[in-house]
Design a protein around this ligand. Structure first.
Ligand code: C2E
Ligand code: CA
Ligand code: CA
Length: 517
């Protein structure tokens, strides 16, 4: 009798021990998964604000490139255009020693008090500064750029940036702030009708590495804890543990909205991010000279997400290499044969400056294209000038290695970036791609023509060929030809095409040419 009691006691003890271990394992597993989800959410918020600031920097660069700061009607018009194109940029102030002007000149009076009280915080590059700005009718973030000509300030509406970052189940239990490094808030989210958060909130945070901004999340401790335990009692916990091990991930996928990063990972794994191909053509003969590979994210419901949204996310989360190489794999399979048949066609694709400088990029790229059966001397790597090149010496080394392999480089979005002559020097690029912004202007005003001429002469001095982007009209084609540009890309000739449409277009171009010649 005593033995049986002992045995039962031991069995129960052992069962409790096993259940306890399982409970602990499950707990730490859930806690880790939840921490990851919170991190992804914070990262998505940081990236979102960084991108708005990037856009302001780019837009001010575009405006600054139009010449000395002044208040000609064209300046207000250009500001209006920028505000129209952008979701968040609402206004730009242009100030030089001689004049101050805005898209809407009444704003000088309205913003005066807020501007003098703004106390901007410098970014890593102190030419850029950030400050929250609040007037009776407007609240958001100011990004100011000071140069020797004066200063430009872009005003961004940042208020709505946070709402959809929080998954539905947290929106009633969380506060979120986007803040500058001095703790001033530029965007705030609070549950509807809620007062200030009390002491019973846990704090999570993440800072940007690029700008003096960070994001803070205050989460109701009960919700944070219940996301960690999720069980009513230990008995239910023990019973639920076995199904949890297997079912947790599946249930999580079904029940919780995915964060942008989880969605991106899923899209990459399922091949929803794929290449499209936009032809390049000879402006004089209409012959196809090559194409640019552009990434597309097509959801299963057929909707498309713009690369302007997912490329920055892929870049900042370390997924850009897998994305680029997945595109190259797909391209090898889809259009490899056509490229081998048409040895004069070139295949361009986009690589970010940081990606180019990443250790081992050249080896990974070489291996990839060899596997995909692509010929290095048909490949052109486009590096955008919109992002700074952090290490000019390293860029020069990588560029030489690529050139030795027969790969050509193109400086993309020329004239819009901050690298200026140093990127021309560092990349030793074969092509200079003139941004659509200047192409839009050539048929409209003389100033853009002058700018394009300056870019062409710069290209000539560096022994580069010029390619014009975003050609939409016949008038632009003729004007660009007059300016001496031979090659281009744009809706006038073709939009980005599927692999089959590209192959048909290449065959058609190959047939037409001998007759034209
Ligand atoms: P980009 O490299 O300057 O590519 C040209 C963009 O202009 C493409 O937009 C193209 O569809 C668009 N475009 C070309 N011709 C015209 C035209 O006549 N009119 C108009 N309105 N637009 C034209 P898309 O495909 O939306 O790509 C946007 C940007 O996303 C690209 O600009 C590039 O910077 C980036 N991107 C796209 N794919 C990749 C990729 O695989 N890797 C990286 N790092 N960036 C990529
Ligand atoms: Ca490009
Ligand atoms: Ca471009």
């Amino acid at each position: 009798m005593r033995d049986r009691l002992k045995l039962t006691g031991a069995s129960l003890g052992l069962a409790a021990l096993v259940a306890g271990c399982l409970w602990l394992i499950a707990h730490s597993f859930i806690a880790q998964a939840n921490r990851q989800q919170l991190n992804d959410m914070l990262q998505a918020a940081v990236i979102r604000l960084e991108r708005q600031i990037d856009l302001a920097v780019i837009s001010m660069g575009e405006l600054g490139a139009q010449g000395p700061y002044g208040c000609a009607p064209a300046v207000s018009k250009a500001i209006e255009d920028i505000a129209f194109r952008s979701v968040s940029i609402r206004e730009i102030r242009v100030a030089s020693a001689k004049a101050v002007c805005w898209g809407d000149n009444d704003h000088e009076e309205i913003f005066r008090g807020a501007l003098s009280a703004s106390r901007p915080v410098p970014a890593i590059n102190p030419a850029y500064e950030l400050a929250p700005i609040e007037t009776a009718e407007w609240k958001g973030l100011m990004v100011r750029w000071t140069s020797e000509d004066g200063n430009l300030a872009a005003f961004l509406a940042t208020d709505g940036l946070l709402f959809d970052i929080l998954p539905g189940e947290l929106r009633d239990h969380a506060y979120m702030d986007m803040m500058l490094s001095d703790q001033r808030v530029v965007s705030h989210y609070a549950p509807e009708g809620a007062g200030a958060p009390g002491a019973e909130y846990s704090e999570f945070g993440m800072a940007s590495e690029r700008y003096p901004i960070h994001v803070r999340l205050l989460l109701d401790e009960d919700v944070a804890a219940s996301r960690g335990s999720g069980f009513g009692s230990d008995i239910i916990a023990i019973a639920g543990l076995f199904s949890l091990g297997l079912g947790y991930l599946g249930a999580r996928g079904l029940m919780r909205p995915l964060t942008p990063l989880q969605e991106l990972d899923q899209a990459l794994a399922r091949g929803h991010i794929h290449p499209v191909y936009q032809p390049l053509f000879c402006l004089a003969t209409g012959e196809m000279t090559g194409f640019e590979m552009l990434a597309r994210w097509t959801r299963p419901d057929g909707s498309n997400i713009s690369p302007a949204v997912f490329i920055p996310l892929a870049e900042d989360s370390g997924r850009i290499d897998s994305l680029t190489f997945a595109l190259l794999d797909r391209a090898g399979a889809e259009i490899g044969d056509m490229l081998r048949r048409n040895a004069t066609l070139k295949c361009s694709f986009n690589v970010t400056p940081d990606q180019l400088l990443d250790t081992g990029f050249v080896e990974r790229f070489t291996e990839k294209i060899a596997k995909a059966g692509l010929n290095p001397s048909q490949m052109v790597i486009e590096i955008t000038e919109r992002q700074p090149i952090s290490d000019i010496e390293a860029a020069l080394r990588v560029s030489r290695e690529l050139v030795d392999l027969g790969v050509r480089l193109a400086l993309d979005d020329a004239g819009t970036g901050h690298n200026g002559l140093s990127s021309l020097h560092a990349l030793q690029a074969h092509y200079l791609k003139i941004d659509k912004y200047f192409v839009d202007g050539v048929a409209l005003d003389r100033k853009s023509g002058v700018l394009v001429e300056a870019l062409i002469s710069l290209a000539q001095q560096f022994g580069m060929e010029v390619v014009a982007e975003g050609i939409e009209t016949e008038e632009q084609r003729i004007k660009l030809l007059d300016l001496g540009i031979r090659e281009g890309q744009g809706y006038l000739y073709a939009k980005p095409l599927s692999a089959n449409d590209l192959i048909a277009k290449a065959d058609q171009s190959a047939k037409i040419l001998p007759m034209a010649a």
